[in-house]
Write a protein that binds this ligand. Structure first.
Ligand code: HEM
Length: 495
């Protein structure tokens, strides 16, 4: 309704109606203020003198820096500029995000000190009524430390590391051969193949069998995963969680997010139903779900990331390294057991993750106790955010893509010197699986395919969460011998 219309309506309204409307509005304001006070945020701010936080950019009253962040959100180039610019305040910078206080960790040292060394008090997530509540029904594992989270995390850790990891090598190998075969059949749909590769591995680990979902179901799964990731820190309400305490009638946003949550639930339920049925019938293969998940609750893996674009010079160097081991005439594919002998490939993976971080804003780590650190004093409730974009600029010649910078004997560990997988108690539980996946994908794609740009693209706009092609690239198989190798292996697997 436009302002003149509201004015006209107001002028003709009966005085009794006006009075009740004004009273209602006043009641709402009082209610909102009471909620703010009971939330402990306001008392905390009133006694702010006790606390000493790092400096940060000025913001607006009430919303703080929220609008600045919202303006750049969704544009990888702009968000990179904004987040990188926060380094001008030092190793840490404070952002007021509505009711929340974000302390951005702009240096590797700060992350090491706050997130890794003090993991016991920085391992919680903030309360996000929309992303965690309405969209995820408090079930997604990236969120708060409920009893379910502890159990889920313990089980996933057991599942995704140690000796279990060795057992997945076969799964990763065969799904990777499928990826290569898909590249030969439909090279222009490369981005879809990567998604299938990542999710097939997780599905096989969890369900113990190859996925049997239709393309439509797969698309739905990808869509809800992307929607969930986009919902994190997206709604205004997540920055003013007290609003979630209003009577439901006064929460106009609720309907939209509840519908999204229901949709996500339906998609997951459709995936889960056939496995559940097989287990009930005793026909399910040995798997994680059969052995463990039924006793806890269904957990769904987070979206995995795709290998990034490779550049010709580095591609050439990497290829020469592989050729020395696998032969330039397609004698065999690189294997996980070759990792130690292919340090350039490992370094290239780390450099891709540093150069264009796939997770620009690592989800907040919520402080559960007051913390004195160096000259600062942080109140419990502060959110620490690993600013991976700022950290990626700490390197010499940071703008350059230089795999060699990682030659320190720890090239094959994606968590050494890199925070792309987070840290502390919340470190990505799947990073070892991801590392193996990335190694197989990078080494084999570099070995078997040629990549050239297929049109203009801005390398700062990689659109990692895009559902269509994130950047234009033309892909051709390196030689007939490489094609034959892939086809032969795919046939042998019956893929
Ligand atoms: C290139 C691939 C990947 C990247 C860059 C990545 C990155 C991340 C990051 C940054 C976090 C948050 C860490 C923090 O808050 O400190 C995270 C959490 C998580 N990741 Fe990954 N991840 C990847 C692959 C995977 C895979 C393959 C799996 C599963 C097999 C996985 C499962 C999880 C889970 C369950 C969490 C939530 C952990 C928690 O909050 O307790 N991720 N990941």
């Amino acid at each position: 309704m436009s302002i003149p219309l509201i004015q006209a309506y107001w002028d003709t309204a009966k005085p009794g109606f006006k009075l009740s409307l004004v009273s209602l509005l006043m009641l709402l304001v009082v209610y909102f203020c009471a909620l703010q006070f009971s939330n402990l945020e306001i008392p905390r701010l009133l006694f702010e003198k006790r606390w000493k936080l790092p400096p940060g950019p000025p913001g607006l009253p009430i919303v703080g820096n929220l609008l600045q962040m919202r303006k750049v959100r969704g544009n990888t180039g702009q968000i990179a500029t904004y987040l990188t610019s926060l380094s001008r305040f030092g190793e840490m910078a404070t952002l007021r995000m509505g009711n929340s206080t974000w302390v951005m960790l702009n240096s590797s040292r700060a992350v090491q000190e706050i997130i890794a060394k003090r993991a016991n008090i920085t391992g919680e997530r903030p309360y996000l009524p929309v992303a965690s509540g309405l969209v995820s029904r408090h079930k997604r594992t990236v969120l708060r430390q409920t009893r379910e989270w502890h159990e889920g995390r313990r089980v996933m850790h057991h599942l995704l590391s140690g000796t279990a990891l060795k057992e997945y090598e076969k799964v990763q190998d065969s799904e990777n051969i499928q990826l290569l075969a898909n590249y030969i059949e439909r090279p222009n749909q490369w981005y879809l193949h990567h998604y299938r590769y990542a999710y097939s591995i997780i599905y096989r680990i969890v369900a113990g069998e190859r996925p049997r979902q239709t393309q439509e179901q797969l698309d739905d799964f990808q869509r809800v995963t992307v929607e969930f990731i986009r919902s994190i820190n997206n709604s205004f309400v997540d920055f003013f969680p007290v609003l979630a305490g209003l009577p439901k009638l006064l929460q106009p946003w609720r309907k939209y997010w509840e519908a999204a949550g229901q949709d996500h639930y339906n998609v997951f339920k459709a995936w889960w139903a056939p496995i559940k049925h097989d287990i009930a019938e005793g026909a399910a293969p040995p798997s994680f779900i059969k052995d463990v998940l039924l006793r806890t609750s269904a957990k769904f893996p987070e979206m995995t990331k795709k290998p990034s674009i490779c550049y010709p010079d580095f591609m050439q160097k990497a290829r020469e390294e592989i050729d020395r081991i696998c032969g330039s005439n397609a004698q065999r594919l690189p294997e996980l057991r070759d990792t130690q002998r292919l340090p350039y490939i490992s370094a290239m993976i780390k450099e891709c993750l540093r150069w264009r971080p796939t997770v620009p804003l690592i989800p907040q780590h919520h402080l559960t106790q007051d913390l004195k650190f160096e000259c600062y004093h942080f109140p419990a409730g502060t959110d620490f955010v690993i600013n991976s974009l700022a950290i990626s600029q700490e390197f010499v010649d940071a703008a350059q893509f230089k795999p060699e910078r990682w030659f320190d004997g720890k090239e094959d560990s994606v968590t050494q010197g890199l925070w792309q997988f987070g840290g502390g108690r919340r470190i990505c539980v799947g990073y070892k699986v991801a590392q193996q996946e990335l190694f197989l994908a990078y080494s084999r794609l570099v070995y078997c395919f040629d990549f050239i740009a297929n049109g203009k693209s801005d390398s700062r706009q990689l659109r990692h969460d895009a559902l269509d092609e994130p950047f234009p690239v033309k892909i051709t198989v390196r030689s007939k011998a490489h094609e034959n190798l892939i086809t032969r292996l795919a046939e042998r697997l019956g893929n």
